[in-house]
Design a protein around this ligand. Structure first.
Ligand code: FPP
Length: 257
C-alpha cells in the first residue's frame, strides 16, 4: 500500500543534503485561479498569500535557508488602480498580522526593490519588519516589491561607476564579485531553483543576474494551488537534475554533491 506523505517533515524520498539553499518563486496565476471560480481577481491574491505563508513554513521545516518571492514588479503598477491598491493593502495587513509569528519562527524578512513610491505607512512597516527580524537565522524571506531586474543592474552599475570615479575601486577590480556585492540579494547565494507557476515560461525581469545558473522549474498549477505536495514534486525534479555550471562532469544532486 502506498503510504501517505507526512508533509510536516521532509519527505523521506528527498535527500536532505541535496536540497536547494535558496529557492526563488514567480507566483503567477492568482487572477486566473479566482476568475475560474467566478470570484474577483483580488480573491486570488488573498488565497495566494496563504500559499506563500505555507511555502515559507515548509522551507523552514525542511531546512531550506532562503525563499525569494516576486510579489510586485515595476510593471505591476499598470494594473487597474483597485487591484494595485488591494495588493498594497494586503502587504500592509499581512505584515501587521504575521510579523510577531515570523519573529517567533526565526524568519528574517527583507524587501527587495525600490520601496520609495509605496505609501509611507507601508514603507515604515517594511522597515520595521526588516529591523526587528534582522538577527533571525532560521530562514531568510525576501519579498521583491516594486522590483525590476534590469533596474537593479542599472543601480548596481551606477554604484560601481561611482566607486571607480572616486577611486575606491580600480577598473581592474570591477568583476563578477564586485557586481554581485552591489545587488539587492547580497550576501545571499544565488537561487538554486526557480519555480514559476501557471504555465508561463519567462523570467519577467526577475533576478536576471542571480538566475544565470539556476535550475528553472515550470508548472501549470496556478499559484494558489501550489501546496506542499507540489513543492515536494518540484524538489524531486530538482534532485534529479545534474548541475554542471558550464563544466563537463555531471553531478547528480541526489548523490549529495
Ligand atoms: C501574479 O498573479 C501575482 C501577483 C502579481 C501578486 C502576488 C502577491 C501575493 C501572492 C500576495 C502576498 C504576497 C506576499 C509575499 C506578502 P496574477 O495576478 O498575474 O495572475 P494572472 O496571471 O492569472 O492574472
Amino acid at each position: 500500500m502506498i503510504q501517505p506523505v507526512n508533509y510536516s517533515t521532509l519527505p523521506t524520498d528527498l535527500h536532505p543534503k541535496a536540497l536547494p539553499n535558496h529557492v526563488a518563486v514567480i507566483m503567477d496565476g492568482n487572477g486566473r485561479w479566482a476568475t475560474q471560480r467566478g470570484m474577483p481577481r483580488i480573491a486570488g491574491h488573498r488565497q495566494g498569500a496563504k500559499t506563500v505563508k505555507d511555502l515559507l513554513r515548509c522551507c523552514k521545516d525542511w531546512g531550506i535557508g532562503a525563499l525569494t518571492v516576486y510579489a510586485f514588479s515595476t510593471e505591476n503598477w499598470r494594473r487597474p488602480m483597485e487591484e494595485v491598491t488591494f495588493l498594497l493593502r494586503l502587504f500592509d495587513r499581512l505584515l501587521r498580522r504575521e510579523l510577531a509569528e515570523m519573529q517567533r519562527e526565526g524568519v528574517r524578512i527583507q524587501f527587495l526593490g525600490d520601496l520609495s513610491p509605496l505609501p509611507e505607512r507601508l514603507q515604515d512597516l517594511m522597515q520595521e519588519a526588516m529591523t526587528v527580524t534582522h538577527a533571525n537565522q532560521r530562514v531568510q524571506f525576501n519579498v521583491a516589491v516594486n522590483y525590476g531586474g534590469r533596474q537593479e543592474l542599472v543601480a548596481a552599475t551606477r554604484h560601481i561607476a561611482q566607486q571607480v570615479a572616486c577611486g575606491a575601486l580600480s577598473l581592474e577590480q570591477v568583476d563578477e564579485e564586485s557586481l554581485s556585492r552591489a545587488l539587492l540579494t547580497y550576501p545571499l547565494p544565488d537561487p538554486d531553483l526557480l519555480i514559476r507557476t501557471s504555465g508561463e515560461q519567462r523570467l519577467s525581469n526577475f533576478l536576471p543576474w542571480q538566475l544565470a545558473y539556476t535550475e528553472l522549474y515550470f508548472t501549470d498549477l496556478l499559484w494558489p494551488e501550489f501546496d506542499r505536495a507540489a513543492f515536494h514534486q518540484a524538489l524531486q525534479w530538482y534532485q534529479r537534475r545534474q548541475r554542471r555550471f558550464g563544466g563537463l562532469a555531471p553531478t547528480p544532486l541526489a548523490q549529495g554533491s
